[in-house]
Design a protein around this ligand. Structure first.
Ligand SMILES: Cc1ncc(C[n+]2csc(CCOP(=O)(O)OP(=O)(O)O)c2C)c(N)n1
Ligand SMILES: [Mg+2]
Length: 685
């Protein structure tokens, strides 16, 4: 059956590829033997046609919003005007990706129809006038908080909740593992800023949800983890699958609570909702005893959904930061997920332009500003060329904004260095952290509130000319150095297998600018980090927790939200296999994802670390893997599966995947000689 579906898909989608390629299809109908003894791969001719056409990317509303002048701030008092106005920057044509989440349809649409735009949260279905079960009450509360999707492996402990969710108009998606469900909810929160729910049953479901809860915490992504609990009468007796869910798995969350008394439900659920979506967003776990779900709250029971206003900067905060950056010789802005979450990348680019201050992205936040912008100097952390860290080290002023200075972004807590001047703008600025040099100033503010006020104030002032000119020259040199260090090698490659740098260049060439990339964890991701140029904010999903298994579920969540955009999961063979059963979820939900699996038949990252210890072959413990026919697995799940053994085949496969009206897996043969972009290829390593 799956084979048949695959055949149909194949017939449909070969057409956009040039005839030469269709003659030598890369799609294999029978499983391919691979590994060292693999037969010569089928090599398609290089497709020379223009990439598959895409609709113009959808522009969303945020950019239409005028920058609100902030009356509370004074004009910046710098030297007289002598600097020309910055030229209009084409990069500013991009707009913030608003939470243009679609209203889910109750059932998968017969065809991949464009779902209706989502109404505002207030437009939730009217709540029932009479008494409501706790299950329905929680569902209504989630809907008010913006939840439109719940991802779950169902359990008998929360049937009342499932019924409530359905009645409240929340789309419940069955997944193949709670880890997949949690990653989908996490990615949804990271992408849209609006929480989704992941639901599991008792200890077993909660344990499987754990990785996604942890990831949401590290990514500051809003999310609800709902866990069915044993009946209250059985609690404390080591009942079936019983644990203390709030203190164990809930300890991974920003906030966790177990509901016990009916009367406390409105207050506790209200607190949980507020915590998930205000301040630094994060995961909230609610443990719900099975018997409580069916109890009824009286008619008219209200939920307190009031939220405190986002933190705003004080007037002298803005001036202090502007002077700090304006007066420095080599300032830099280190920008993280808080800028993306506040959908204020445009303002960041304006600030950078006005001050001529370059921007470096936090690790896995490379989409925070358009990478083609001349002031973009790369992404910190894994995969960055050495020039990125050097530039940060050379900075005499660092503005860290919307970024928690994670271990990876800060290069092992080396940035900012002792004695280096820095300031922090964040909803939760780091006033003190062990080993962190004190910031000159910390400003508790939402990135958008800060940036808009700063830009408004700056537009009324000017920079001192000599400083601006010097900076301009330095910025050009620094940008050229980063471009040279991050450009993929373009020398022809004839194998073995696919060249990972070329594959990333191919993706950049073929994907539309608004395509969303979701990466898993593993060394394959270093080539993405090094070479992919993000052109719009909100086009990247990656776990700062480094959780393997994230890529595919995250891409599925993105494809559900943005049915009109290309969504690509990039994973290694190790990480992909952890959640690959979700391919069936993608097929069932008509989530048009492209999964690119870099298969080196090993846990390559860990093997690299083992090799660095110098133990040779004996030191390679538990890192070699066998072969999996990933393309065949995709077909078995009802998706399209294509194996690419050459650069040319990869190019064709991506074109076919883009043209396919359903999920496609591209299985990439990667020789083990590829270790990282900084290590020269050595065949057969
Ligand atoms: C859930 C989880 N388990 C273990 C690790 C440790 N780890 C990091 S990368 C890696 C290997 C990834 O292998 P693969 O997905 O094949 O990518 P490769 O490094 O080979 O490119 C492992 C085991 C992790 N990050 N996440
Ligand atoms: Mg691998």
């Amino acid at each position: 059956m799956a084979e048949e579906r695959s055949e149909e898909a194949s017939a449909e989608t070969v057409s956009p590829v040039p005839a030469g390629s269709a003659d030598a299809p890369v799609e294999h109908d029978t499983p391919v033997e691979h590994g060292a003894a693999a037969e010569a791969p089928v090599e398609p001719e290089v497709a020379t046609e223009a990439p598959v056409e895409h609709d113009a990317p959808v522009e969303h509303g945020a950019a239409a919003e005028a920058t609100e002048p902030d009356a509370s701030v004074e004009p910046v008092t710098t030297e007289p005007a002598s600097v020309p106005e910055p030229e209009p920057d084409p990069a500013l044509a991009f707009t913030e990706e608003l939470a243009t989440e679609h209203e889910p349809s109750p059932e998968p649409a017969a065809e991949a129809a464009e779902p209706e735009p989502q109404p505002a949260a207030e437009a939730a279905e009217p709540e029932p006038a009479g008494p409501r079960t706790v299950g329905r009450f929680i569902a209504d509360a989630l809907r008010l908080a913006g939840v439109r999707y719940a991802f779950t492996v169902p359990g008998e402990s929360f049937l009342g909740l499932l019924e409530g969710l359905q009645a409240a108009g929340i789309r419940v998606v069955a997944t193949r593992h709670e880890g997949g469900a949690a990653f989908m909810a996490e990615a949804h929160g990271q992408l849209t800023g609006r929480p989704a729910a992941a639901i599991g049953t008792r200890a077993v479901g909660a344990a499987n949800l754990a990785i996604g809860i942890h990831t949401a915490r590290q990514d500051s992504a809003p999310m609800f983890a709902l866990v069915g609990q044993v009946d209250r009468a059985f609690r404390g007796r080591e009942a079936f699958q019983e644990i203390d869910q709030a203190t164990t798995i809930g300890g991974l969350a920003t906030h966790a609570v177990e509901l016990t008394a009916l009367a406390d439900v409105p207050r506790l659920v209200g607190d949980a909702v507020r915590t998930a979506v205000t301040g630094r967003p994060g995961p909230v776990l609610i443990s719900i005893p099975e018997d409580l779900l069916d109890e009824e709250l009286p008619a008219g029971t209200q939920l307190d959904t009031s939220r405190p206003a986002p933190a705003r900067p004080e007037g002298d905060d803005i001036g202090a930061v502007l002077h700090f950056l304006a007066a420095a010789e080599r300032p830099v802005i280190l920008a993280g997920g808080g800028v993306l979450r506040a959908r204020t990348s445009t303002d960041l680019v304006k600030l950078a332009d006005l001050l001529r201050v370059p921007v470096i992205a936090g690790w896995r936040r490379g989409d925070v500003v358009p990478n083609d912008h001349p002031l973009y100097l790369g992404m910190a952390g894994y995969g960055s060329p050495a020039v990125v860290r050097e530039r940060l080290e050379r900075a005499d002023a660092i503005l860290v904004i919307g970024c928690r200075l994670s271990e990876i972004t800060s290069f092992g807590y080396a940035i900012p260095a002792e004695g280096q001047a820095w300031m922090h703008v964040d909803v939760e600025p780091l006033d003190e952290r062990a080993g962190l040099p004190a910031a000159k100033r910390t400003i508790a503010a939402d990135a958008r509130a800060f940036l808009r006020a700063a830009v408004t104030r700056l537009q009324e002032g000017v920079l001192e000319a000599a400083i601006a000119d010097r900076r301009q020259a330095t910025n050009l040199t620094d940008r050229a150095a980063w471009e040279a260090a991050s450009a993929p090698d373009d020398a022809p490659w004839s194998g073995p297998g696919v060249h990972p740098g070329h594959a990333i260049a191919t993706l950049r060439r073929l994907l539309p600018d608004d395509a969303i990339i979701a990466t898993d964890a593993g060394n394959f991701g270093l080539w993405v980090a090094r070479h992919f140029r993000f052109r719009r904010p909100g086009t990247f999903l990656g776990p700062t927790s480094g959780a393997m298994g994230y890529g595919l579920p995250a891409a599925i969540a993105a494809a559900l939200v943005h049915r009109d955009r290309a969504v690509v999961a990039i994973a290694g063979d190790g990480g992909f296999a952890m959640t690959m059963a979700e391919l069936e979820t993608a097929v069932r939900e008509k989530a048009k994802v492209i999964a690119v699996v870099f298969d080196n038949e090993r846990y390559g990252t860990i093997r690299m670390h083992q090799d660095r210890r110098g133990g040779g072959a004996a030191g390679a413990i538990a890192t070699d893997l066998g072969s999996i026919d990933f393309a065949g697995i995709a077909r078995a799940c009802g998706a399209r599966g294509i194996r690419a053994e050459t650069d040319a085949a990869f190019d064709v496969a991506i074109r076919q995947a883009l043209a396919n009206d359903g999920p496609t897996l591209v299985h990439v043969a990667l020789d083990r000689g590829w270790v990282s972009p900084d290590v020269a290829f050595a065949a057969g390593a």
